[in-house]
Design a protein. Structure first.
Length: 85
């Protein structure tokens, strides 16, 4: 039982620290942030997969937030996002 409690606590802490480091999607340019670039990605046929790929690329590029500026496609979606730090 003690091991189960410790495992659950470790997972909760790891998840909490991961989410605080992830880039945040915003609807407009943040007031106190500087644009640091633009990224693009392509994904499957649903918007969630495209958003996840853009979020991963934003985090990999050191962005604190990103704003999706375009998304299009039929069977395969393409999108671009502006990065902010």
């Amino acid at each position: 039982m003690k091991n189960l409690t410790m495992t659950i606590a470790a997972i909760a802490l790891a998840t909490a620290s991961f989410t605080t480091l992830a880039a945040t999607q915003v609807q407009s340019a943040p007031a106190n942030s500087q644009p640091i670039g633009v990224i693009s990605a392509q994904a499957g046929s649903n918007l969630t997969s495209l958003e996840n790929k853009l979020a991963a690329k934003a985090e990999a590029n050191g962005a604190s937030s990103y704003r999706i500026i375009s998304a299009s496609g039929d069977n395969r979606l393409y999108g671009t996002a502006e990065l902010y730090k």
